[in-house]
Design a protein around this ligand. Structure first.
Ligand code: 13P
Length: 250
């Protein structure tokens, strides 16, 4: 059985009360998941709280974002050093919601990616096309362009793991998604590109899929040979459904 990496991106959702309840639900499947690893990305303000709640449970944490700076007069920001300080290992980088609502471009994403990598944390890099690009059969080209531009100056030797989430922009929160076979093709293409271009990343590369993953499509998607995991938003906020979803692959 292949190894599967599930990342749950809670985005701007939750309170201490709902997080406590959700973790209780997650706990039900956690020890049954030998080949499944779960990483939660709660809102930054709840990282520490969530960390306390998952003590002794086999779950790890990711931040949803970091600032470009390490310290200084940058009101409202959180640095990679602060995340390291509280024991966080992963950071989501390049999410399309940050591109859309916070004007993050490839230049900023590249800097953030390298900042995470240089500090020996693990970036979870989101890439993907918009609907017009999808319709025009440009998905492969767009994904590779994004990878090339973001990894061009990365110190490859420092990469502990390369986690890439193929997340078509048009499928995020829309209940629309590519057919599982299409996802398989894209993930396979991305993986072969990375293997060809960066030999040192063999065995270190994980290609996930994200975008409207739900209880009905999860199994079909995850069973594709080149889908190494999923990045789940909305469907990870309902504990009962999330547990039923993961049970499909136990
Ligand atoms: P949804 O699962 O809600 O479509 O969100 C996907 C996503 O953006 C995960 O990062």
């Amino acid at each position: 059985m292949k190894k599967i990496l599930i990342v749950t991106n809670w985005k701007l959702n939750g309170t201490k009360k709902t997080i406590k309840k959700l973790i209780k639900k997650y706990k039900k499947i956690i020890n049954k998941t030998k080949n499944i690893k779960i990483i939660i990305a709660p809102p930054l303000i709840y990282l520490d709280y969530t960390k306390k709640k998952i003590k002794k449970i086999n779950i790890e944490l990711a931040a949803q974002n970091i600032d470009l700076h390490l310290s200084g007069a940058y009101t409202g920001e959180t640095s990679i050093k602060m995340l390291k300080d509280i024991g966080i290992k992963y950071v989501i980088i390049g999410h399309s919601e940050r591109k859309i609502y916070h004007n993050e471009n490839n230049n900023i994403i590249e800097k953030k990616f390298n900042l995470v990598n240089d500090n020996r944390l693990i970036p979870i890099l989101c890439i993907g096309e918009n609907y017009t690009e999808y319709k025009n059969n440009q998905t492969k080209k767009i994904c590779i362009q994004q990878i090339k531009s973001i990894l061009k100056n990365t110190k490859k030797k420092l990469i502990k793991k390369l986690i890439i989430a193929y997340e078509p922009i048009w499928s995020i929160g829309t209940n629309k998604y590519p057919k599982p076979k299409e996802i398989q093709k894209i993930n396979k293409y991305i993986k072969s590109y990375i293997y060809k271009k960066y030999k040192e990343l063999h065995n270190k590369t994980i290609i996930q899929y994200g975008g409207s993953v739900n209880i009905n499509n999860f199994y079909e998607i995850i069973k594709q040979p080149n889908v190494d995991g999923t990045l789940i938003g909305n469907a990870s906020l309902n504990g009962k459904n999330f547990v039923s979803m993961i049970k499909q692959i136990l």
